[in-house]
Design a protein around this ligand. Structure first.
Ligand code: SF4
Length: 312
């Protein structure tokens, strides 16, 4: 029985993942997000009884023998993992034992402006950072941070971090109905994202009832909001099936992909069997290719096809 390790869990976003919980005793978070699924507790900047690195690594070694097929080791927490005081030492030790596995962290971005946090996270294979809003008003409303955390500081930190982090950076945006589901919030986010240059953006919404009385938005709304984000690799994360699958011709698929790469989740949610068959044919014809971005497959045009479509 493990104390700090959980899973493996199959995640559509990162593959088969073995989790490390850095705050097993109680929720320790410097945010109190409206959409949080964890038991509500007072915001804090410290993890109570932080585990020893040696104890965590001992469990990781056993778990890796037991589950040799996992894709990633995920550093997470019953709260915010960058509050863990021995994060750098943990990441260094994980490098020694992880073998071929990737190491990922899921953070709320609150400490990303801290140079020592940037230095520690820059050693990881994948970093997933949250950014729900780019304006202070919206940020305070949704993420409800401890006093003194400013969204401008976070965005500045994200831009700095991108300069030192050479591996896969994923930004997660979670949409709450009536708060950040607007054109103006998306436009402000896009402006910040242009400099942050994430490899992938996960655009999701509330799918399980959180502690507060807030609601998520539907798949169509997420699609509409994605339009405001431009041509990034945006993966819509939506648990429910789309109500109606759509038949796309090959040409329609090519012109959609030209505007924005489509993720395997887009295909799953929206493509009818006929559309999927057309997609497979386009792959065989080498008009499109698949690329893995931090565990999610995106379909993009081959360079020659891009030129051909442009000339039509
Ligand atoms: S940052 Fe994560 S753990 Fe903290 S309150 Fe928000 S959703 Fe919950």
């Amino acid at each position: 029985m493990f104390k700090y390790i959980f899973g493996p869990v199959q995640s559509r976003r990162f593959g088969l993942s073995l989790g490390i919980d850095l705050s097993p005793d109680t929720k320790s978070c410097n945010f109190d997000c409206l959409y949080c699924e964890l038991k509500s507790s007072t915001v804090t900047t410290k993890i109570k009884n932080p585990p020893l690195v040696e104890e965590i690594i001992k469990e990781v070694k056993i778990a890796l023998k037991k589950y040799p097929d996992i894709d990633v080791i995920t550093i997470t927490s019953n709260g915010e993992p960058t509050l863990y005081p021995h994060l750098n030492s943990l990441i260094c030790k994980l490098e020694e034992v992880k073998k071929q596995k990737k190491v990922l962290i899921l953070s709320n971005s609150s400490n990303i402006y801290d140079k020592s946090v940037q230095k520690s996270l820059s050693r990881l294979d994948i970093v997933k950072l949250s950014l729900d809003c780019a304006t202070q008003k919206c940020f305070k409303k949704i993420d409800r941070p401890v006093e003194g955390i400013d969204i401008k500081k976070i965005i500045g930190g994200l831009k700095e971090f991108r300069k030192v982090f050479k591996n896969e950076l994923v930004i997660e945006i979670l949409i709450v109905k009536g708060i950040n589901d607007t054109k103006s919030e998306m436009t402000a986010l896009k402006k910040a994202l242009v400099d942050i240059k994430p490899d992938r953006i996960d655009l999701g919404t509330i799918d399980r009832p959180p502690a507060f009385d807030v609601k998520g938005v539907g798949f169509q709304k997420l699609k509409e909001l994605r339009e405001y984000l431009g041509s990034f690799n945006v993966s819509i994360v939506y648990k429910k099936e789309a109500e109606k699958k759509v038949d796309f011709s090959k040409l329609q698929i090519l012109s959609t992909i030209r505007r924005r790469p489509q993720s395997n989740m887009d295909i799953e949610y929206l493509f009818s069997d006929k559309s999927k068959k057309n997609l497979q044919e386009l792959l065989l014809e080498k008009k499109i290719i698949k690329k893995d971005v931090a565990g999610v497959l995106f379909y993009t045009l081959t360079q020659s096809e891009d030129k051909e479509i442009l000339s039509k």
